[in-house]
Ligand binder design. Structure first.
Ligand SMILES: Nc1ncnc2c1ncn2[C@@H]1O[C@H](COP(=O)(O)OP(=O)(O)OP(=O)(O)O)[C@@H](O)[C@H]1O
Ligand SMILES: [Mg+2]
Length: 415
């Protein structure tokens, strides 16, 4: 502090000395003032030239507190910003504080409640009780809930006495919801298991027939012809499966990029129908396009939208009843569909029971696996449709009455 004043003391002494010398020499007052004035100006210029910002007094924006004394509410403000659910528990097990994330995750829990109202799982309750009794820290992973299980990870530690949460030691708990992570892990492993199973079955069949052809069918041209046909069918199914898997991963890779090329949607659907006309006879159904001549354009990826309608039309042909028609028409507008265009593919086949409907777009989900495989299906068709529509910010709605038929409606945003 004193170091900051010595230049001013020196200035005062210098000015006083000069004034004294000039007055002793009997100089006029104006000369004494002028000399002192020059000394002050020179001093000021030297100070500006040597100015060191580090020596600047602390900014008034920063308020200094003695060490250990943070401003009131600092801890709470900090904890409130955390994305993790954080809860402070008193030594008797009562909740004294929950941050914003905790209030959102556990809206039923109030200040003063016992901590077990957060999650009644024994693993969690025991871990908190142990830290209350013995101090230290614990980390526990557990699940909660019966029908819809949720997975959590909690870390429990001690807040020192004298914090803003209480004079005595408090318990700080953070609870992380790991359900989504667990679900996606499970989906990934299920997907690999399903894909391998789907490939293994036709592969085993092909290997079996190769053995037969090398063995007792070696001299039997009729059997050879029959087995080669089956092998061809199985190999085609494997090829379709690989194509569908590649297709899915390509769509997923671009999931966040919304396609923007304007597509004449009615024209696109008519093209999909035309490409499937040759299969009408084989499936004993008739495709009936009831779309108006001229239609709007929607922003989209033409190839992918074509894939959507080919998949839905193929399903309607495969699972529609023999001799029936498959109709394609404009869906009536509803209040929820404002700004969207809907196109319905309707069949009059076996229909789908309500419990299956919401699972149909899962990868490899089939109502009747044997029937689907027999028709060369991979069980990925509707999963691909869902992903393409998600990329287009569209939707798929499924309505069905068992025994009467099904309606698959594609909704696409017009803008
Ligand atoms: N129009 C429909 N009528 C009745 N059931 C259907 C219809 N469309 C689909 N399903 C049921 O939904 C399941 C899943 O359909 P999805 O298109 O994903 O697979 P898939 O048709 O079996 O195989 P892929 O599409 O690869 O040929 C089908 O196996 C079938 O059980
Ligand atoms: Mg299909």
């Amino acid at each position: 502090m004193q170091e900051r004043f010595w230049p001013y003391v020196l200035l005062a002494l210098l000015s006083a000395g000069t004034a004294a010398i000039l007055s002793v020499l009997d100089r006029p007052y104006w000369l004494i003032f002028l000399a002192v004035f020059f000394i002050v100006v020179i001093f000021a210029l030297i100070r500006i030239a040597l100015h060191d910002p580090v020596e600047e007094p602390a900014s008034e924006l920063i308020t200094h507190h003695p060490p250990g004394a943070l401003p009131a509410g600092f801890g709470r403000a900090l904890l409130d910003q955390m994305p993790l659910a954080l809860v402070v528990i008193s030594p008797v097990g009562r909740i004294t504080y929950g941050n914003k994330a905790a209030k959102e995750r556990f809206p039923h829990v109030k200040k003063g409640d016992h901590f077990a109202t957060l999650l009644r799982t024994p693993a969690f309750v025991d871990a908190v009780n142990e830290v209350i009794a013995n101090g230290g820290s614990r980390k526990v992973a557990f699940s909660s809930g019966q029908e819809t299980k949720r997975y959590y990870e909690a870390r429990i530690g001690v807040l020192p006495a004298g914090s803003e949460f209480g004079v005595s030691e408090q318990i700080l708990v953070d609870i992380e919801d790991r359900t989504l992570e667990r679900r996606s892990d499970k989906m990934r492993s299920d997907f690999i298991a399903n894909a391998s199973h789907e490939l293994r079955t036709p592969l085993a069949s092909i290997l079996g027939y190769i053995e037969t052809l090398q063995g007792h069918a070696r001299e039997d041209p009729v059997a050879q012809e029959k087995f080669l046909k089956i092998m061809n069918k199985q190999a085609s199914r494997m090829q379709r499966l690989v194509d569908d898997l590649m297709s899915l991963s390509r769509i997923e890779m671009n999931a966040h990029v919304r396609p923007s090329t304007p597509c004449d949607i009615f024209d696109l659907v008519r093209e999909a129908i035309a490409s499937l006309k040759p299969l009408e006879a084989e499936n004993h159904v008739t495709l009936d396009c009831r779309l108006p001549e001229n239609g709007p354009t929607v922003p989209g990826d033409r190839d992918q939208l074509n894939q959507v309608f080919v998949n839905l039309l193929m399903n309607a042909m495969k699972y529609g009843d023999k001799g029936e028609t498959v109709e394609v028409e404009l869906a009536p507008e509803t209040p929820e569909s404002a700004g969207m265009l809907g196109i319905t593919v309707r069949d009059h086949g076996q229909g789908i029971a309500p419990k299956h409907i919401e699972r149909l777009t899962e990868r490899f989900y089939r109502v009747n696996a044997a029937q689907s495989r027999n028709k060369g299906g991979t069980g990925l068709g509707l999963a691909i449709v869902k992903h393409i529509l998600q990329r287009h910010r569209g939707q798929l709605r499924i309505e069905s009455e068992p025994g009467q038929g099904s309606e698959f409606t594609v909704w696409l945003p017009l803008e």
